[in-house]
Design a protein around this ligand. Structure first.
Ligand SMILES: [Zn+2]
Length: 556
């Protein structure tokens, strides 16, 4: 294990994509920032001045830890099938790509994830040591806290156990370079003194927690009965919620308007929960789901013998909702005869079962919903004008999801928790790129569509892993705008615009034969990898022997 070589970094560079026209930089699915080391140094200095060295060290260590954990995710994805040492050194390689230091491996003993680990590395020109010396001069103790956090976070996530790195030498103390050693936390005799730097439980953390608790309490006081079913904080959403909450205490009929999938039934349920009727029934009927000949008996009930097949008397939805709330979804689909009866119920407050002479008093609050333009239906003669005016007393429009993009992160978080529980699966979250794609989608199917997409993502994402773009959108959303990537000499190259969905079409349209296409693809990969066959094989998602075999086949 004396000499450790880094594999070609083509796969790493392929992860880094610049989209300057969009103002985005990606490392895999993580959003990155290119910021000035000098500015970060200032922040570091002010942090030390304002919360003291101990707290600053803790915050920076944890910040680095979080960043290392994200890079471990990339390693798992990109070099998951390589041998453990080759997969592991992706961490040091990424740390170098990110500009923190030149990382020289000294010793690396690594088995399969979960087993033993020992790692020793040298950091040349650590940015953090330089920043510290510039601000405070040479010091007695190591100071590369963020970078130590990174090494520990990366390795812990990689190994699936807490691996703690510490600096045994640091350039900030006047020596030539920093030297770090990492091993399982329990193998450090002074683990108890080191561990707190990695833990969230600190004065600052506790203060932040307290502040969050107070905020949460404030929100509860401001909105005391907000049901957990409805989630949102955007102005459009809160306005609709406010209208519903105000209607709840009265008996007014409410008409919920909005596109398909915006959550009209949830709003109707919320209205019921907020109303004095909350202990009585909430009955929902989808008018579009019932055939015309059944809808009247469903709504108003039927007496035995009313028509062939009516063997027993049965109460309709109105009677079942007595004292409570009846929700009529897609009310625009009601046939005209049922509309006439509905109007009478609303006017008289009584129903007549089919085939019955008697009238029965019912006390029902009606909430209707539609995604069609009822006024247009009135003008077309398919919806009664008098019923329209009766229903339209208190209209509430629920905004489409694309008009409340700010609510998407909270919605996604709640949906993920729900589907993780439902499918008995734990995930570490959602990638920046996937969240970016969710916010930029137009959501014609609204919250319901988002729900379906998130459920699919939760099912497809790897256990304990991140939900990524490809788990959400089949065929993955194509990249838009100018994309640039680092070439081997470290300059930016504009990438060819390849749309992953149209690629097969493009190949078919070109008339190129499969064999010729394969050859061109292999050649291009070898070219891009600068002749390094292992790297070319990685680009193609195959092993080196597989690539060799294919290349040899060509030569015969
Ligand atoms: Zn150092």
């Amino acid at each position: 294990m004396s000499s450790i070589h880094y594999p070609e970094s083509t796969d790493l560079r392929g992860l880094l994509k610049f989209a300057p026209e969009e103002g985005l930089i990606w490392l895999g699915e993580h959003r990155m920032l290119l910021l000035h080391a000098g500015a970060l140094s200032e922040l570091r200095k002010e942090l030390i001045a304002s919360v003291g060295q101990e707290q600053a060290r803790r915050i920076l260590t944890r910040m680095g830890f979080a960043s290392g954990m994200r890079d471990a995710e990339l390693s798992r994805r990109t070099r998951g099938s390589a041998d453990p040492a080759e997969a592991f050194v992706m961490g040091p390689q990424l740390h170098m790509l990110e500009g923190c230091a030149r990382v020289e491996p000294v010793r690396l003993e690594i088995d399969q994830p979960g087993c033993t680990f020992y790692g020793e590395f040298i950091w040349h020109h650590s940015w953090e040591a330089e920043a510290h010396v510039q601000a405070f001069g040479e010091v007695e103790n190591p100071v590369c806290w963020m970078m130590i956090g990174y090494a520990s976070g990366y390795t812990s996530a990689f190994m699936g156990r807490f691996i703690l790195f510490r600096e045994v030498e640091c350039a900030a103390t006047g020596v030539e370079h920093c030297r770090i050693v990492g091993k399982p936390v329990e193998e450090w005799p002074d683990a108890d003194q080191l561990r707190p730097y990695f833990e969230a439980d600190s004065i600052v953390g506790r203060l932040l927690e307290l502040r969050e608790e107070i905020e949460a309490m404030r929100r509860t006081i401001a909105c005391p009965r907000k049901t957990p079913d409805l989630i949102g904080n955007s102005a459009g959403f809160l306005h609709a919620y406010d209208l519903v909450a105000r209607a709840a205490v009265t008996n007014v009929s409410v008409l919920l308007l909005g596109e398909t999938g915006v959550g009209k039934e949830r709003f109707a349920r919320t209205l019921h929960e907020l109303s004095p009727r909350k202990d009585a029934a909430f009955v929902a009927v989808n008018c579009a789901a019932l055939p015309d000949e059944l809808i009247e008996s469903e709504l108003f009930g039927v007496e035995r013998g009313a028509f062939t097949g009516a063997h027993a008397s049965r109460a309709g939805k109105f009677e079942r909702a007595d004292g409570g709330t009846l929700f009529l979804d897609e009310v625009g689909e009601l046939p005209l005869s049922a509309q006439a009866k509905l109007l009478r119920v609303l006017q008289e407050g009584e129903i007549e079962r089919l085939g019955d002479e008697r009238t029965r008093k019912v006390n029902v609050r009606l909430v209707a919903a539609t995604n069609v333009d009822l006024l247009r239906a009135v003008n077309a003669g398919t919806f009664r004008r008098d019923l329209f005016y009766r229903l339209n007393v208190y209209p509430v429009t629920i905004p489409p999801l694309r008009e409340r993009v700010g609510d998407i992160p909270t919605l996604v978080e709640a949906m993920m928790r729900r589907f993780e529980t439902l499918h008995g699966k734990r995930l570490s979250g959602i990638s920046d790129k996937a969240m970016h794609a969710l916010k930029n989608h137009s959501w014609p199917g609204n919250v319901r569509e988002l729900e379906n997409v998130i459920e699919r993502g939760v099912i497809l994402a790897p256990l304990n892993g991140l939900v990524e773009v490809e788990h959400l959108f089949i065929g993955a959303a194509p990249e838009s705008g100018l994309q640039q990537q680092l070439n081997a000499s470290g300059s930016l190259d504009t990438m060819q615009q390849t749309n992953s969905i149209d690629l097969p079409d493009a190949v078919l349209d070109s008339g190129i034969e499969l064999d010729a296409f394969e050859q061109a693809l292999l050649n291009r990969a070898v070219e891009r990898a600068g002749g390094n066959l292992s790297a070319a094989a990685r680009l193609l998602g195959m092993t080196r022997p597989q690539l060799n075999y294919r290349l040899k086949k060509r030569l015969c």
